[in-house]
Unconditional design. Structure first.
Length: 295
């Protein structure tokens, strides 16, 4: 067993089975003498429900997921070259919608239906995978522990492109005063829109980080709850074993007590029989002595 195969198995199980499977794999690695691998496996985090659903797609809908990620690569290439996106946006939208539905169906079949929030997180993760190659790689690998998102107006790794894909124009020649005045009046509005967009982007990023932190804490608490539940089950099993052992010990004690009681009764009867026999022997001797004197 190596780390890759262990991680693939671990992130393929249901979230409810994650902790138990991780424990088993870490114990197997430790038993094989690979303490470093056991430690790496033990450090893997339990996935949220939405991250697990995306991992399902990488295993059960790999072809459709691959088509979406290919569209994302085409979009990033088009953006980098300054070309138009054409119908890529529409293709991405159709594929994302289809994959979100597939993720919901797969999750339901596995006994963990997705609620609205989890479905949105699946959609956000798939959208992010089309604009960020790093996220695309993580999604394709199928080992997500947290949902992912991308904040911004351009794909990751690219600067803001000028409008229409053209290079920024050289400064325009001196314009007539009226036209300059018009542009000066228009600039504040444009600036306000830019500031508003930037503020919204910052707020979205802040909310995303808060959501990820909340998901992380939730996953940790769920993991602790699962660990505590496992400890309770193990303790209950131990109590059950001890109770059965106690019941056996009590039964053996009672049986021994009955045997001892019977033995005591037998001893008393034997002692009484011996006493009677000794008395009979004495009586017989006295009678014989009397007979001898009369003779």
């Amino acid at each position: 067993m190596d780390f890759s195969s262990a991680a693939d198995e671990l992130y393929g199980v249901r979230p409810a089975d994650f902790v138990e499977t991780r424990k088993r794999l870490a114990q197997d690695a430790k038993a094989a003498g690979d303490a470093a691998l056991a430690k790496r496996i033990g450090a893997l985090r339990r996935p949220t429900l939405s991250a697990w659903a995306v991992n399902l797609l990488s295993r059960s809908a790999a072809d459709d997921l691959g088509r979406l990620l290919d569209v994302g690569a085409e979009m990033r290439e088009a953006w980098g070259s300054g070309g138009g996106l054409g119908d890529l946006e529409q293709r991405r939208g159709r594929l994302v919608g289809s994959l979100v539905r597939t993720a919901g169906e797969l999750a339901s079949e596995a006994g963990n239906p997705l609620r609205e929030q989890a479905s949105r997180e699946v959609e956000d993760t798939l959208q992010a995978a089309t604009v960020d190659p790093g996220i695309a790689g993580d999604v394709r690998e199928g080992r997500l522990a947290q949902p992912r998102s991308h904040t911004g107006f351009v794909p990751a790794g690219f600067p803001m492109a000028p409008e229409d894909g053209k290079e920024r124009a050289e400064p325009e020649p001196e314009e007539k005063a009226p036209e300059k005045e018009k542009k000066k009046k228009a600039r504040p509005a444009t600036s306000n829109v830019t500031r508003t967009s930037a503020a919204r982007a910052r707020r979205a990023e802040s909310l995303r980080k808060r959501a990820e932190e909340a998901d992380r804490k939730l996953a940790e608490r769920e993991e602790r709850a699962d660990a505590a539940k496992q400890e309770v089950e193990e303790a209950s099993a131990a109590v059950g074993r001890l109770r059965r052992e106690l019941e056996r010990a009590v039964a053996e004690r009672d049986a021994a007590s009955r045997r001892a009681e019977r033995a005591e009764q037998n001893r008393a009867r034997a002692e009484e029989a011996a006493r009677e026999a000794r008395q009979a022997a004495r009586d017989a001797r006295r009678a014989a002595d009397r007979d001898a004197r009369h003779d």
